[in-house]
Unconditional design. Structure first.
Length: 365
């Protein structure tokens, strides 16, 4: 059996086994695409719509490494912020509560700041005008009790990345949407992912997007609008979620990371030194696998499987998206699926991901 047939059969079995309605897998070795296929459907209701390699996905938490963290790399490279700056320093016009004053940007990026994982802020935000919601959620996060003292534990936190977005705005003078468009993605010399603000939703061609969940709060199947409720309440653009893209667009960003590490991308909007630091395990807590905005493979039961080297970075997205990039082997594996369509209760992808990554690395690495 050829490598391509083995991997395609795995993807087709994932559809038939109900792991996801559809998906796109892109595998690249040394930036050269060696496998790129779409299977299944991008939507199921009212009638099935076939998935294509050009389908755009709600990338969910891939927003954290591919947009928010890389935007911070740009600011660090420009000397506008430092990783060990505290909230008190980074938010000089804000009264930061005593228990949070010394939390650093590095701690926020590596999910060991003490902030809770998630809160349903959208339920209270929906009664406010859109223009007042961002300031309100930031106040609420500052008022949240810490779940642990910074660096004494680690909890993956959306709240931390909402704060990072705030720090970006305060220290760059631009919101995340405009900063990533103008200062980050426009400098990558290829088509990159992007945010879709809700006030631009009327321009969205739904046929180009993978459907996500039937949302009880919004009362509809979501397509071309952010799945994450807090990000939706904030207008579709947030530090923790909101990015949309195709597999090829995700590859664009990963290629630029590889180019920088190989010192081949002199036009990148970040420095090689600072980008490299973001891709190394932060080691602020011994149980943590987090780098700065990126994850690294766990020693056992990693979603990356068994073959990615320790010099790898990746991330998962709640909607069924993921990427893993082996910086040593120069292997990129991008799996985009709509596993939450029509319901988030389907978690079969957890067992599928490592099996797929093992098969890909056995065949192509």
């Amino acid at each position: 059996m050829s490598a391509e047939k083995r991997i395609l059969d795995l993807l087709l079995s994932a559809v038939s086994d109900g792991i996801f309605p559809g998906g796109v897998l892109l595998v690249a070795h040394r930036k050269k695409t060696v496998f790129f296929e779409a299977v299944g459907n991008s939507g199921l209701v009212p009638v099935p719509r076939p998935m294509s390699r050009q389908t755009r996905f709600d990338l969910a938490s891939l927003t954290k490494p591919l947009a928010t963290s890389l935007a911070i790399v740009c600011l660090v490279s420009q000397g506008k912020v430092r990783l060990d700056d505290s909230l008190a320093k980074l938010l000089p016009s804000t009264t930061v509560p005593k228990d949070k004053k010394e939390i650093t940007l590095r701690q926020l990026l590596s999910h060991c700041s003490g902030l809770p994982a998630w809160k349903p802020y959208y339920l209270s935000l929906e009664s406010l005008p859109q223009t007042a919601r961002k300031a309100q959620i930031r106040r609420q996060i500052l008022e949240e009790p810490l779940e642990y003292l910074p660096t004494t534990s680690t909890i993956y936190s959306d709240l931390g990345f909402i704060v990072i977005e705030w720090l970006l705005e305060e220290n760059s003078g631009q919101d995340l949407y405009h900063f990533t468009r103008e200062k980050l993605f426009d400098h990558l010399n290829c088509t990159a992912p992007g945010f879709i603000p809700l006030d631009q939703k009327t321009d969205v061609d739904h046929s180009q997007f993978a459907d996500t969940e039937y949302c009880p709060w919004r009362g509809r199947i979501l397509c071309g609008e952010v799945h994450d409720e807090n990000a939706h309440a904030l207008g579709g653009v947030a530090g923790h979620a909101g990015l949309f893209g195709t597999a090829q667009e995700v590859k664009c960003v990963l290629d630029c990371i590889l180019d920088t590490i190989a010192a081949e991308n002199i036009s990148a909007p970040w420095s090689r030194e600072h980008l490299t630091e973001f891709l190394q395990p932060a080691r602020l807590h011994p149980s943590s696998t987090w780098a700065l905005g990126f994850d690294t493979p766990a020693s056992s039961e990693s979603s990356a499987g068994r073959y990615f080297s320790s010099n790898s970075v990746g991330h998962l997205g709640f909607t069924g998206t993921s990427f893993w990039l082996d910086l040593e082997k120069e292997m990129a594996v991008i799996l985009l699926s709509n596993r939450v369509h029509p319901s988030r209760d389907n978690e079969k992808i957890k067992e599928f991901r490592p099996l797929l990554h093992d098969a890909v690395m056995e065949e192509f690495a």
